[in-house]
Design a protein around this ligand. Structure first.
Ligand code: NAD
Length: 451
């Protein structure tokens, strides 16, 4: 099938590439000329495991094209996807500027029946606005062209995006047009062979499904962080509590890790946007407010522990950071907890020495050259001359470090484990003080004695 993808970010580039991989002919359109030129040369704008090889193979195979020419893209596609960014507006609601710009451009150029598929995460009712924007452009040029607007939210996870796209656990399609649904069923058939994954519904339910999914996941994280904060105060170990509740199949083990708060381009903005959607329909979403408030506070947790450890005297201290990306296997630092910690360290007069396996270039792009941030080429270089170590992102490479080397390199051997990846007794046995999230130290000692 001939498909056009507007937006070559995490969603558009991965989806376009996976659709090409199963044999479709794809045009990826982006306004960022540098990104398109880089892709033409085989340079990836993002780090995503497995993506480079797949893009190269499909580009070389003539199934994956990159262009900044929107008209060319629209002339190509029977199906045109909108996968552009929907960043938070000033008041936290989703900014639909890019989505509506693409809609108008489509209206200016379509000349035959086209299915427009909205993949961006957008407030309920956006499909109607996209339809109106296209219709207005068609009527301005006196053209009569049939089209359908479908909602098809994306559920891929950064770091696993290619895998998620090739083997989706569900494909939500919101449409009331049998003609559009048939085309999408045909497009997604190769991803649907094992069992039926398409969940068909009306457009508004589909738009809300995406927000509901992200809000649910964010709620699980904030819930666990709240439990961790209670555990710390009552002298319990949240990691034992986690195992205790995860074993209940109604709760499950996934997504109940306490930590330094959630970040990324989706959860923070989507929870806020859903809360604003509810408010604009005269409903106060108290749970969503709380999920966001708990998360904002949690992003300050490591700074709180550092301040406590140094009795407030952070000026002149150097903090080694392992991990900058908002989660492992990505270079994405949007809303990353590391950014909040860096801001807090800098305003307290401390310096940071950071290492991340993939996000160093992104950190350089965000912060440029500054005297209070040194970006290091490997994890141990970040420890040289540092007072303490903070683990921000649970990259696999950090899970079994050389504790003896950490101890001998740090000025004062202390680890602040923002993701609870270490066993406190192992760290302490190596002569290093340990702080985790929601893990009372005296409690750990008594638990150790029991084992
Ligand atoms: N990143 C994720 O993990 C993820 C997962 C699910 C859903 N989403 C949603 O998908 C959407 C895209 O997210 P992303 O992370 O891929 O964004 P991104 O910022 O990585 O990419 C967006 C791209 O759109 C391009 N763009 C902007 N205006 C354009 C226009 N008029 N024409 C063509 N291209 C244009 C930008 O240049 C950019 O390359 C968002 O709504 C997001 O909430 C993201």
């Amino acid at each position: 099938m001939r498909v056009t993808m507007f937006g070559t970010g995490y969603v558009g580039l991965v989806t376009g590439t996976c659709l090409a991989e199963v044999g479709n002919d794809i045009y990826c359109v982006d306004v960022d000329a540098q990104k398109i030129a880089g892709l033409e040369r085989g340079e990836m704008p993002i780090f995503e495991p497995g993506l480079t090889e797949l893009v190269a193979a499909n580009h070389a195979g003539g199934r994956l094209h990159f262009t900044t020419d929107a008209a060319q893209g629209i002339a190509h596609g029977q199906i045109v996807f909108i996968a552009v960014g929907t960043p938070p507006d000033e008041d936290g609601s989703a900014d639909l500027r890019h989505v509506l710009t693409v809609a108008r451009t489509i209206g200016q150029h379509i000349d035959r029946y086209t299915v427009i598929v909205n993949k961006s995460t957008v407030p309920v009712g956006t499909a109607d606005r996209v339809r109106e924007a296209i219709a207005a452009e068609l009527s301005a040029r006196g053209a009569k062209v049939e089209f359908d607007v479908v909602s098809n939210p994306e559920f891929l996870k950064e770091g696993d995006a290619v895998k998620d796209c090739m083997r989706p656990d569900r494909i939500v399609v919101g449409s009331d047009s049998p003609r559009a649904v048939e085309l999408l069923k045909a497009l997604y058939a190769p991803f649907n062979r094992n069992h039926e994954r398409i969940v068909l519904m009306d457009v508004r339910s589909s738009e809300l499904t995406k927000y509901a999914a992200n809000a649910m996941l964010a709620t699980k994280i904030s819930f666990m962080n709240e439990m961790a904060n209670i555990a710390e105060r009552v002298g319990a170990d949240i990691e034992l509590v986690r195992h205790g509740i995860g074993s209940d199949p109604r709760i499950g083990y996934s997504f109940i890790y306490p930590g330094a708060g959630y970040g990324g381009s989706c959860f923070p903005k989507d929870v806020q946007a859903l809360e604003r959607i509810a408010r604009s329909h005269d409903y106060e979403a108290r749970l969503l407010d709380a999920v966001e408030a708990v998360n904002l506070k949690q992003k300050e947790k490591l700074f709180e522990l550092l301040t406590r450890h140094f009795a407030g005297a952070l000026r002149g201290k150097t903090v080694a950071l392992w991990g900058l990306a908002f989660k492992p296997n990505t270079d994405d630092m949007r809303e990353a907890p590391s950014r909040r910690l860096l801001e807090q360290l800098w305003s307290a007069g401390a310096k940071a020495q950071a290492f991340d396996p993939e996000a160093l270039a992104e950190a350089r792009r965000i912060y440029g050259e500054r005297v209070d941030l040194t970006l290091c080429e490997n994890a141990y270089a970040a420890l040289e001359g540092a007072d303490v170590l903070v683990v921000m992102t649970e990259w696999k490479a950090f899970w079994s470090p050389d504790f003896a080397r950490i101890k001998s390199t740090l000025r004062t051997p202390v680890i602040f484990d923002g993701r609870n990846i270490y066993e406190p007794s192992t760290v302490e046995a190596a002569g290093i003080a340990y702080y985790g999230i929601g893990r009372g130290r005296s409690v750990q000692r008594s638990n150790r004695a029991l084992r």
